[in-house]
Design a protein around this ligand. Structure first.
Ligand code: PEP
Ligand code: MG
Length: 579
């Protein structure tokens, strides 16, 4: 068979080889007809075997989750194990097999639904959530009874190239980077959750390849994450050569990590701030281990997502306090809620919109719901006593929004003061520059904020009118476009004019091709997925600020993103820096 070549968009750098696993959530089909009486004992045995397998799998998932996400996150699986081991659940299912002559699968479906509905109808929110747990366990048990693959990816072994339409946070939670050596998605782009996760886990990934017709589990594949290319069923020589390159890449990553404790300074002693982007409190440690000297973007929306209720002040405070303490005095920029666009919010039931990226989102929701916003601001202000906590507003389009947000911040402070609750009075407040109206008029905004942080993920989509989630136009999504670079430069010049710092927390900050250009146009702080820090630091330490300025001056004379990209590549290659 001739190799199948697929082209997509780079999601995470590097090269990986392995055996394809096509990840599809198979629907469970259950035969509800009654069984013969003499088949009952066999079905009971099948149930017991499947229950043992379910408990073993849950134990394995729990220890993996504890390793990758921490004990607290893994506690949910401990609760699942306890429910699965509860004799009344098995007895209930067994009773349905024996008394109603149902198959093990039909009896499980019926019994689990009954228990789950009972819990879901309870008043107490804690008990209600147990309904979802029972459904989850029931799903796993059913798959074991029917000999299907379990949901999730924790069961994978060997060296796997994962092929999926897209990956959800719960899919990636069970993903083992020693097993999954490459990711290919048919949908999504470089800023999708799957891509961000792939970069965090350092798994080479190609996004948005479109159709994967003819690609099946068990085939060999090469994922060239840097180039955005995939080769399925390559010839043996090519597979062997790429496997060697993949091993070399993994070794190179290991070596880069040794540099975590080295300072981020250029050869001519220009100091650069390299920060990490995080979405969960426990990611802060990973970022620090890889050399982050601060957190330039803490995306707080994950606190709001996947829950029926808005997070309380206390729940938020606990999380922000944890991050502030973990950073031991280094800066932590907490971004206020940025829901909308691609992120849905179950607890607010927002209606579907025709243009969600241009709609009711982020600061627009917060200003419309001042009580909800002040709850978050109070939690951040209180956490401020534990470290260098800073506040950042997302999706700012006009100065009125900055002023309105600041007025609510002052109200939150006044409330805390009146209640005698300790908080940090002089928390620095900055804005994300991710809407062109702000980048174009950055001079007007610079006076009113303590810092800017450029969100290139959105700035690029709004400047170029390219939906960041639409893989069909992924080739038009070009952070190195001359217009985007000019907006970035204008923002930096404006903030420097007011003696303020400019950071960048969009994905471009972690793109090695952009590092020298951004240094050259004066970016002070680069905040990125933790896994990008070592390679960006390697570049910072290998160059002088003078040569970066010269390079940036030349880049600003070039006319297209392709020319800029080719030029940046040639400069890095000449320096012997591997991408
Ligand atoms: C950005 O837009 O660049 C950014 C960092 O925010 P998000 O990706 O969360 O929209
Ligand atoms: Mg954004």
């Amino acid at each position: 068979m001739a190799p199948i070549r697929l082209t997509g968009i780079s999601g995470a750098r590097g090269i990986g080889t392995g055996t394809v696993y096509v990840y599809k959530q198979e629907d469970i089909r259950i035969d509800t007809r009654t069984i013969e009486r003499d088949a009952v004992a066999g079905e009971v045995a099948r149930l017991q075997g499947a229950m043992e397998a379910t408990i073993d799998q849950l134990k394995a998932v729990k220890s993996k989750a504890a390793e990758s996400m921490g004990e607290k996150e893994a506690a949910i699986f401990e609760a699942h194990i306890l429910i699965a081991q509860d004799p009344s659940l098995v007895a209930g299912i067994q009773g349905a097999i024996e008394s109603d002559c149902l198959s093990a699968a039909a009896a499980t479906e019926q019994t689990v639904a009954m228990y789950a509905d009972m819990f879901s109808a309870m008043e107490d929110p804690y008990m209600r959530e147990r309904g979802a747990d029972i459904r989850d366990i029931g799903d796993r048990l059913l798959r074991n009874i029917l000999g299907m693959n379990p949901r999730g990816l924790a069961h994978l072994t060997g060296q796997v190239i994962l092929v999926a339409e897209d990956l959800t946070p719960s899919d990636t939670a069970s993903l083992d980077k020693n097993v999954v050596r490459g990711i290919i998605t048919t949908a999504g782009g470089p800023t999708s959750h799957a891509a961000i996760m792939a970069r965090t886990l350092e798994i080479p990934a190609v996004m948005g390849v479109g159709s994967v017709d003819g690609v099946e589990s068990g085939m060999k594949a090469i994922v060239k994450g840097t180039e955005g290319e995939v080769i399925v069923e390559p010839d043996e020589a090519e597979f062997a050569k790429s496997s060697e390159a993949a091993e070399a890449y993994r070794a190179h990553l290991q070596a880069l990590k040794q540099s975590a404790s080295l300072p981020a300074v250029t050869k001519d002693n220009h100091q650069v701030l390299l920060f990490g982007n995080i979405g969960k409190a426990q990611d802060a440690s990973h970022a620090c281990h890889l050399g982050a000297e601060g957190i330039g973007l803490f995306r707080t929306e994950f606190l709001y997502m996947g829950h029926d209720e808005l997070p309380t002040e206390e729940e938020q405070y606990e999380v922000y306090e944890k991050v502030a303490k973990r950073l031991e005095g280094k800066p932590v920029i907490i971004r206020t809620m940025d829901i909308g666009g691609d992120k849905e919010l179950q607890c607010l039931q927002l209606p579907k919109e025709l243009n969600p990226f241009l709609g009711y989102r982020a600061i627009r929701i917060c200003l419309d719901k001042p009580d909800m916003f002040k709850t978050q601001l109070r939690a951040i202000l209180r956490a401020g006593v534990w470290g260098d906590v800073q506040i950042m507003y997302p999706m700012i389009a006009s100065l009125e929004e900055v002023k309105a947000a600041n007025a609510l911040l002052e109200e939150a402070k006044a409330e805390l003061r009146a209640e005698n609750v300790p908080f940090k009075e002089n928390v620095p407040v900055g804005i994300m520059v991710e809407i062109p109206s702000v980048a174009v008029s950055a001079q007007l905004f610079a006076k009113h904020v303590d810092f800017f942080s450029i969100g290139t993920n959105d700035l690029c989509q709004y400047t170029l009118a390219v939906d960041r989630m639409n893989e069909r136009i992924g080739n038009l999504y070009q952070p190195l476009h001359p217009s985007v670079l000019r907006l970035i430069k204008n923002t930096i010049d404006a903030s420097h004019g007011e003696g303020k710092i400019t950071g960048m927390c969009g994905e471009m900050a972690g793109d090695p091709l952009a590092t020298m250009i951004l240094l050259g146009i004066g970016l002070d702080e680069f905040s990125m997925s933790a896994s990008s820090i070592p390679v960006v630091k390697e570049i910072v330490r290998a160059v002088t600020i003078e040569e970066c300025r010269e390079m940036a001056a030349h880049v600003l004379t070039l006319e297209t993103a392709d020319e800029i990209r080719d030029y940046a590549k040639s400069v890095l290659e000449a320096k012997g820096i591997e991408l």
